[in-house]
Ligand binder design. Structure first.
Ligand SMILES: [Cu+2]
Length: 258
């Protein structure tokens, strides 16, 4: 009787011990994952390699011009969901507006401090079976993806720096919230409609701009210094130049892509 009681007591103690051991291991694992995940979930103001430190700055302004062969839009015949998608999609490999390249991204590649991020909330819609906007610029954080169409889309994000994402979005779905915490140029595609493709640029600092009509862009509040300024266009690649910024002045920087 006594020995069986002792046996029970030992069994209880073993159970207790193993419970405590598991609890300790779980706590260590939790703390470890917290530490390893912390840089990934850091707020946009504290992206690795960039410190918010506002001060007097200058402006960089310029145009992205095109000198290549005439651009021909690519016609894609729609074979499904024509009621929503239409019968034909015209894809523009290079978007020329008012003599310049629109939808190119210009950024300072090597800036370590300056103004705070001020990009609009990151939101990507699927409308008329196209991604809107075609090129989305965002601070590291969560991307909201909507489906305004009455057909199903399948959001597929290809990112090297972030975890890839692949999820079907039936009509009327609640918006998706996709974590994109690390700077990258990610591609978004729809697996249902093969022409649907867009780009998500997760910025590593606030000095990024999307070129507009005429290919023009402006970067403001740039701390004085000499920087590498880069431009990216989805089909024309990357080009760079150095630019020197003086406080209170505007430095001109034009690019010609072909
Ligand atoms: Cu789709």
């Amino acid at each position: 009787m006594q020995s069986s009681m002792r046996g029970d007591a030992i069994a209880i103690m073993n159970k207790k011990q193993s419970f405590y051991t598991s609890a300790v291991i779980a706590t260590i694992l939790l703390a470890f994952s917290w530490v390893t995940l912390m840089p990934a979930v850091s707020h946009a103001q504290n992206v690795a390699g960039y410190t918010v430190q506002p001060g007097p700055g200058g402006t960089i302004s310029g145009k992205i011009l095109y000198s290549g062969k005439p651009v021909r839009p690519k016609k894609v015949t729609v074979t499904q969901d024509q009621g929503t998608c239409g019968n034909m999609k015209m894809m523009e490999p290079v978007k020329i507006e008012q003599g310049g390249i629109a939808d190119a991204v210009v950024w300072i590649d090597d800036i370590s401090h300056g103004k705070a991020f001020s990009f609009p909330a990151a939101s990507l819609d699927q409308k008329g079976c196209m991604f809107v906007p075609h090129v989305l610029l965002m601070a590291p954080g969560k991307l909201k993806v909507l489906n305004s169409d009455n057909v199903a889309h399948n959001v597929h994000i290809y990112s090297k720096a972030n975890r890839s994402f692949n999820q079907v979005m039936p009509p009327g779905s609640a918006p998706l919230e996709i974590p994109l915490y690390r700077p990258d140029t990610a591609i978004v595609r729809c697996d249902v409609h093969n022409w649907m493709q867009g780009y998500i640029i997760v910025a590593k600092n606030p000095y990024y701009a999307l070129s507009g009509s005429g290919g023009s862009f402006t970067l403001t509040d740039v701390p004085p210094g000499t920087y590498h300024l880069k431009v990216w266009q989805e089909n024309l690649g990357i080009q760079e130049q150095t630019v020197t910024v003086t406080a209170g002045q505007t430095a001109a920087a034009n690019f010609t892509l072909k």
